[in-house]
Structures are given as structure tokens and as C-alpha cells.
Write a protein that binds this ligand. Sequence first.
Ligand code: NDP
Length: 478
Amino acid sequence: VTESVENLSMLIDGAMVSSDTFSDVINPATGEVVYRVPDCSREELDVAMNAAQRAYREWRVDDDRRREILRACAKALENSVDELARVQTLEQGMPLAASVQGIQGSAANFDRYADLEIPVVTVKDDDEALIQVVRRPLGVVAAIKPWNVPIGQAVGVIAPALRAGCTVVLKPSEYTPAATLVLGEILRDVIPTGVLNIVSGSGEVGSWMVEHPIPRGISFTGSVATGKKVNAMAAPDLKRVLLELGGNDAAIVLDDVDPDVLAERIFWTAFRNSGQICMATKRVYVPEALHDPIVASLARIASAVKVGDGMEESTELGPLCNSMQYERVKGLVADAIKDGATVAAGGNAIDSSGYFFEPTILANAHEGMRIVDEEQFGPALPILTYKTLDEVIDRANATNFGLGASVWSSDTGRAAEVAALLESGNAWVNTHSQQHPNAPFGGAKWSGVGSQNGLYSIFAYTDPQTTWTSRRALTAGA
Ligand code: NDP
């Protein structure tokens, strides 16, 4: 720990606010402290909530102004890509190029929500009445986000919630609060006082946010276990919830694929961001006859990947984001090996002061192994075999997760028939992990409640309001 570690501040009621106590932010590539961030107190959270509540009265009124301000946010973000990307990589570990690309995408996201047309549905328009359905903002939205893609997660709620007319109090993960606090400082110049507030702290602050009487909407992304707690805490106050939770996405490979082509296409859908993506491929089902060639091909790719500090240009995969996740992945891989999986590539932690783990392919995996039944959220992929399509569809669906699933085949029609039977919010053919800005992204079963992206996010941060104007004149004798 050096004296030069920077203390960051929270954005509360338009001011950059420090605190009495701080937490360290660790660089997962080195184990060193890179930033210190304030621990938000209950009193500071109250100030943030009240500021958001006050700002809401004016913010909800003028949609044209909101669109202008979102465009200004896009510009401010574009101008800060390099600075923000560096902070995000230092705290999260992802390769700098991926960090830059993600933040450019977030800037574009602000513009996209500024451009979005929010429809007003006319139900009746005649001599008797004008009846329309408009979207009414929920009010203050409390947003609680995870550590895998901090800026993407933050802008993914800020842009649509602000456009919808809500104001926001946001808490990033305690593992990766730095980039989001810097984002607050950047957006402070363009967003009116109180409209956006960013606080830092642990899960306790998250629970204060959910239980706080002011927010009317909760936007939560994180694990299933915490998502369930959040849902239960929000229920007594009937707060609206948007829950984007974990996944254990199956990829089903049909018998007509070329193993090398398949491996090339599927590999990065599982390993991008070191597997720390909710809708990554997390288990692969292959026909028995294709198991060995697919495993060999995936192992070749995995062994050639350059793992390293995300700040180095040649790095393709960074470390796991934090010691908790690093220990978890180590444990899942060790258990899989103990339970009979064959290591085709990787299998070990990399000896260093950071949280590095070799890209790992586990052959001959089966249900009952924790790495198959649970979400690994790391750079280790189990390969399982199947005999019949009915059987593999049942096995893919035999989980409480339901975020995504994919089917791979040279016959896309046949693959689509299988995909139609998968119990998941996203069903891909010959791809995985992809999202479209106008297509709903959400989970079935325990993977979430509600959807986001484009109008679906606007719907999540609004309720419908029916406006009814009678056309019978109020003048006497009419
Ligand atoms: P967690 O559920 O542990 O944490 C998510 C956020 O909730 C953090 O900000 C955390 O704070 C906060 N939190 C923790 N406890 C509480 C509580 N009791 N009340 C309110 N808030 C609380 O998830 P991770 O950060 O570990 O993220 C990984 C998980 O997120 C994976 O399961 C992954 O699949 C999922 N995810 C889902 C996505 C989706 O869109 N479906 C996208 C990305 C990730 P703190 O960190 O300070 O504890």
C-alpha cells in the first residue's frame, strides 16, 4: 500500500462527498490497493434518497430536456473513455481494450435512449373521449450492481431510468466501485443536482437502499441468492423490482457440426471476461461421437490464450475479479477433478500475486459435479455427452436457472426446433451471449424478474397510466 492511493468520493445531491471511513479497492492482477472509497453511512444514504426525491419533481416533467441531457452524458463519456477504461481495468481486471470498447458502447447507449421513441397508445379517440396509455415514471430508482462489468451495468440502468423520468441512487459492488464513482464525477457536470446519486459500500448499504421508504423501483443485478433477498425486502412496500440474476447456460451441440469450427465459435462465448458474464456458455452438451474432437479443439484454443494483467496490450484474459471468486473457481475445478472430470487444458491457478486461473476445459463432466450444477462464473468449461435429443433437452432444462441456452448445428431449422423447447429468457442458434439493444434481455425461472433493453427497460422503470379526457363539454346545457 502506497501513500499515493487515491481516495474517491460519492456523488450525493450534486456534491462529491467523502466519508469518515474508507474501504480498499484491490487490483486483481497484482493484489495491490489501487483506490480507497467511502463507506456510505445511513445518514449519507438518506441525503442521497431525499435529493433524488426532490430532483424527481422537476426531472419527470420535460422529456425533451431529458433527451438533451442524455446526449450530453454520451459526449461526456466519449471524452472520458481512456480515463474510465483504465480505472475499470485496474479494479476489475478485464483487458484494457475490452474496457475501452465497453465504455464506448455505454456512451452509445446514452444516445440510443435519447433517440428512443416511447409510444403513447391511443385506445379511443372520438366525440365521447380521448383515452390514451402513457408511461409514468416510478419515481426514485435504487440500483444495486455487480462487479463483472461495472460501467456497462451502471449505464444500463442510468440511461433508461433517467430517460423514463426517474431519478437514481446507484451502488456499485464493493469490489468494483471506483470506475462508477469516477463516472459520477464525470456526469455531475451534465446531470442536474440530485437526479443521479452514486454511493459506495457493502451489501449492507444495498439492503438499506431496498428497505428505504423513498425508492419506488429497485434495479438489481447480481446473484440469485441476493436477488431473492432483495425481492423479499422489496415486497412489503410493493416496490417494483427488476432482477437480472445468475445463469447456468447450456449449449447443445447437434451431431452435424465440424468440431474445429464449433470450437472456434463457442470458445469466447464461455471465456470472455474470464467467464464472468451472466449469459456466458457455462456447460456444453455434445454427442458422444463428437466429444473427443471437440474437447481437443477447445483445449488447443484454451492453451494458446494469453492470460495476464489487463493493462498489458497482449493480454486476452485477465484475472478473476476478486479473491472470493478466485477461491470459488479453484474449489469448483478441484471438486470436478475429484469427481472424475478429465483436465484437457488448464486446471490450475497461476502462481502470482494476482487472481489468475488457467483457461480450463473439463472433459467427461456430468451432472452432480458442482461445476455443472452451479454457476461457475469463471474460466472453466465442463463438456458433457448425451445420447438423444429428448434427453439432452431435459438435462439442459433441469435447473432453476433460466437465463440463456443455445443450440449449434449446420441445420439452423433443426436447431431452432430444439431451441424452442429450452426454458430460458434467451434461446440462441449458432451463437450465444448476444444481446440486441431493442430485444428484451431477462431470465426465466430463478434467473430474474422482468426484462431490460430499449423499450423493455423503459417499461421496467415506468407504470402504465391511462389518461382519459371526456369530450362532453362542461358548459351548462351541453
Ligand atoms: P451479489 O449478488 O453478491 O452482489 C450484487 C450486488 O448486491 C452488489 O452490489 C452487492 O454488494 C449487493 N448486495 C449484497 N448483499 C445485498 C443485500 N442483502 N441487499 C442488497 N444488496 C446486496 O452478486 P455479485 O456481485 O457476486 O455478481 C455476480 C452474480 O451476478 C452472478 O451470479 C452473475 O450471474 C450475476 N449477474 C447477472 C447478470 C444478469 O444480467 N442477469 C449480469 C451480471 C451478473 P457488495 O458487492 O458490496 O456485497
